[in-house]
Design a protein around this ligand. Structure first.
Ligand code: ZN
Length: 66
C-alpha cells in the first residue's frame, strides 16, 4: 500500500522514502517533519525570548562615610 503525506499530499522523497505514521492512516513525510521542526524550534525560541525576564544584578552599595 502506498501512502501519501497527510500534510503536503506527496509521496515520500525517494532518497528517504519513509513516513511517520499515526492512527487512522495519517502520515507525515520527512520534508514536512523538517518544516515542523524548524517552525516549532523558531516558536520555542521566540517564546523563550518573550518569557525571559530581564535580569539585573544589583550590588549593595557600601555606605558612604562609614
Ligand atoms: Zn509531506
Amino acid at each position: 500500500m502506498t501512502y501519501t503525506c497527510s500534510f503536503c499530499g506527496l509521496r515520500p522523497a525517494p532518497s528517504i522514502g519513509r513516513y511517520l505514521m499515526a492512527e487512522g492512516g495519517v502520515a507525515i513525510c520527512s520534508d514536512c517533519v523538517d518544516i515542523c521542526v524548524e517552525t516549532f524550534s523558531e516558536a520555542r525560541r521566540d517564546a523563550a525570548k518573550a518569557k525571559t525576564p530581564k535580569l539585573r544584578l544589583v550590588f549593595p552599595q557600601p555606605s558612604q562615610g562609614a
